[in-house]
Design a protein around this ligand. Structure first.
Ligand SMILES: [Zn+2]
Length: 88
């Protein structure tokens, strides 16, 4: 048996990735914190159902920069946010 081998192009995989995120209030690009640091703000509403056999969820999210978190979001409330700290 003789096989004839030819080289063909295999298209590279493509996928959508988040290149940047802009603040939904001021429009400025939200910059990533330094490596190993976390500073993410998401104002989110989750709705849906949860039955034993079926469920669905829908999320509404706003991305907010740290500047707008301090100057716009926190002043809306007359009290501080609920804080949790997790060490592991
Ligand atoms: Zn902002």
């Amino acid at each position: 048996m003789t096989q004839i081998i030819e080289t063909i192009d295999v298209p590279a995989d493509t996928r959508d990735v988040v290149k940047s995120t802009n603040c939904d209030i001021c429009g400025n690009e939200i910059t990533e914190p330094r490596m190993y640091d976390v500073d993410e703000i998401t104002v989110e509403r989750q709705t849906g159902t949860s039955y034993p056999s079926d469920n669905w969820n829908e999320y509404e999210r706003f991305d907010v920069c740290t500047g707008c978190w301090k100057s716009v979001v926190k002043p809306i409330f007359n009290f501080g946010p609920r804080k949790n700290r997790v060490d592991f």
